[in-house]
Design a protein around this ligand. Structure first.
Ligand code: UD1
Ligand code: CA
Length: 456
């Protein structure tokens, strides 16, 4: 096999997106359109990936600083042939090139491989039968069915416009030929552009065989030009992920109401209810149950854990058989051991909660270590911030914190301690004792009347 250069065309402006963000940086499944194309390219083991960029310039490059990419700036967009010409200085003469489009995120690796296999000595084009071919380049075949040219819609005759086999824009060819063809392109056509597609007629003239590999997966060759296209492709992408999960045995209450913006890996007998969004890397163990309307990002949720509705989880690990939510918020740096219970309107941040501990109602626990079998009552607040610095709270095993308690950090609540409800605790509480701090002077006033509204 010849070495492979991949040229990705991504200089187009994307005017119809009506956005300040370059078209190829808009996201599908939480990842930019161009990143999808680059990921596909990388799966083909190229010796070089060259991206022709233009509109949006440095913003596009900066989004891929970690990738080993050769960037070529197409300052003026004078056509797809002109875009490929910008890559010319970087092409390896003993290699072949695969041309991909930066705005086609669902591009299929297998289809690209099929082209590459042909392109040792041929020009191989990926084509598609399009019900409404308006706007596309038509694949023109001779009577013997050999491909002889691609004619752009605006240049096509009435007869040619009836051709439904269209150019997807993805093609592969030996660089030895490509470099020569690029120097022979002209812009003598309806759009005054340098068409890459003119290389087909040049190949035929010069006796190089042209083959068209047809795909029947329209979405895999659909480019994004508008927010309508973006939303349509997003739904296709999400439907495909949902289908994969179903095939693995995940129960989805409605595959159309699931969004994965990253990756979700699932054990056996996982159940996911409607309207859940998964971001980053999410791992769900066996028998995990996610109820409706949860947003879960970069999380590991271990076997048997159940997440009740409207829970928000970010950068958190949840232990086996834990019960979370409804309406819980788990923020970054949180680790929950097995059998923990986190209930409604509880916010946890950068806290470690050990086996069997419960924080069931209306609490904020931040920068805190919670031991085993601890019960934190309703409305408990760890006051971790003094306005300048964050301090830690340390709650040892078997502690019971009464409701409506403030723990002013830095502070340690000793093993087995009980804190009386309504306390503001500012000093360490000793192990095994009851500690409380509340006003003694409860009063009742006889004959007291509630104020009533003054009638105007
Ligand atoms: C092109 C093909 C057409 C094919 C269609 C498939 C040519 C002349 N025509 O049409 O046969 O059916 O794609 O969608 O090749 N781009 C640049 N620089 C430029 C022009 C375009 O980087 O100067 C990039 C765009 O960003 C886009 C891709 O090339 O990713 C295709 O350009 P676009 O204008 O969408 O396609 P057409 O030229 O209309
Ligand atoms: Ca164009």
């Amino acid at each position: 096999m010849m070495p492979l250069n991949i040229i990705i065309l991504a200089a187009g402006k994307g005017t119809r997106m009506h956005s300040n963000t370059p078209k190829v940086l808009h996201a599908i499944g939480g990842k930019s359109i161009l990143a999808h194309v680059i990921d596909c390219a990388k799966m083909l083991n190229p010796s070089k990936i060259i991206v022709a960029y233009g509109y949006g310039g440095e913003v596009v490059r900066e989004a891929f600083l970690l990738e080993n990419i050769t960037w070529v700036n197409q300052v003026e967009q004078l056509g797809t042939g002109h875009a490929v010409q910008q890559a010319l200085p970087f092409l390896d003469i003993d290699a072949q090139s695969l041309v991909m489009l930066g705005d086609v995120p669902l591009v299929d690796v297998a289809a690209c491989k099929a082209l590459i296999e042909q392109a040792n000595n041929k020009l191989a084009i990926l084509s598609f039968n399009k019900a409404d071919p308006t706007g596309y380049g038509r694949i023109v075949r001779a009577d013997n069915q050999n491909v002889i040219a691609i004619v752009e819609h605006k240049d096509a005759t009435v007869t040619q416009r009836n051709i439904v086999e269209v150019n997807t824009g993805i093609m592969a060819m030996p660089n030895m030929h490509l470099t020569k063809w690029l120097s022979q392109l002209t812009n003598n056509n309806a759009q005054g552009e340098y068409y890459l597609t003119d290389i087909v007629a040049l190949a035929v003239q010069q006796g190089v065989e042209v083959v068209a590999e047809m795909t029947d997966d329209e979405w895999s060759v659909t480019g994004i030009n508008s927010k309508t296209d973006l939303s349509a492709i997003e739904r296709v992408y999400q439907a495909r992920i949902a289908q994969k999960l179903l095939l693995q045995g995940v129960t989805l209450k409605d595959p159309a109401r699931l969004d994965v913006r990253g990756s979700v890996s699932c054990g056996k007998d996982v159940e996911i209810d409607v309207n859940c969004v998964f971001e980053g890397d999410v791992n769900l163990g066996d028998n995990v149950k996610i109820s409706a309307n949860c947003v879960i990002k970069n999380a590991t949720i271990k076997a048997g854990a159940q997440i009740a509705p409207f829970t928000h989880i970010d950068d958190t690990e949840i232990g086996e058989n834990s019960r979370i939510g409804p309406f819980a918020r788990l923020r970054p740096g949180t680790t929950l051991a097995a059998d923990t219970h986190i209930g409604n309107f509880v916010e946890l941040k950068n806290s470690q909660v050990d086996v069997g501990s419960k924080i069931n109602h209306l609490s904020y626990v931040g920068d805190t270590t919670v031991g085993k079998q601890v019960n934190i009552g309703a409305g408990t607040i760890t006051c971790n911030y003094d306005g300048a610095n964050k301090h830690r709270t340390n709650i040892e095993d078997d502690v019971f914190i009464g409701s409506d308690t403030q723990l002013i950090a830095p502070i340690t609540i000793g093993k087995g301690a009980t804190i009386g409800a309504g306390s503001t605790i500012t000093k360490d509480a000793p192990a095994d004792q009851l500690t409380f701090c509340r006003s003694k002077d409860q009063k009742s006033i006889k004959g007291w009347k509630r104020p009533s509204k003054i009638q105007k």
